[in-house]
Design a protein around this ligand. Structure first.
Ligand code: 5GP
Length: 126
């Protein structure tokens, strides 16, 4: 059972054009924009245009077309922002928070892409 989707979440409002964003790339199923509070020199958010709350919700329910579009767009952004190791970049970290234990702030699935500096340890030791 997926989380209930809240149509008033901030990314739904961005998708409806009610709130501005700094768009990096847009396709029929996917939007990529700069995070408003960047944690690294490169910090963008990749979001599906569909109503999905978390990574697992998206992975389970999205169409094959949406899934391919989302991931190919994320890959294109990694290359265009110069962080893709396969294209000579120094790398990046991809993070998807989901639910309370992850402190997910916005309940619309998004992939953080962070780069432009060394990202350090994944997490403090347990
Ligand atoms: P989460 O904690 O849900 O994984 O991350 C949500 C992210 O959305 C945060 O990094 C936060 O800075 C970003 N964010 C929140 N509100 C806005 C907004 O109105 N515009 C943009 N561009 N980013 C936002």
């Amino acid at each position: 059972m997926p989380y209930a989707y809240d149509d008033q979440n901030i990314f739904a409002r961005i998708l409806r054009g009610e709130i501005p964003n700094r768009t990096v790339m847009e396709t029929p199923h996917t939007l990529v924009f700069h995070d408003i509070r960047p944690h690294a020199p490169v910090h963008v958010l990749v979001i599906p245009k569909g109503r999905y709350v978390t990574f697992d919700d998206f992975a389970a329910r999205a169409s094959a077309e949406e899934l391919v579009d989302f991931h190919r767009t994320a890959a294109a952004v990694c290359e265009s922002l110069g962080v893709s190791p396969g294209a000579g970049g120094a790398g990046y970290r991809a993070i998807a928070n989901a639910g309370p234990d992850s402190n997910q702030e916005v309940p619309h699935y998004h992939l953080h892409l962070l780069g432009g500096r060394n990202m350090g340890a994944l997490l403090p030791p347990a």
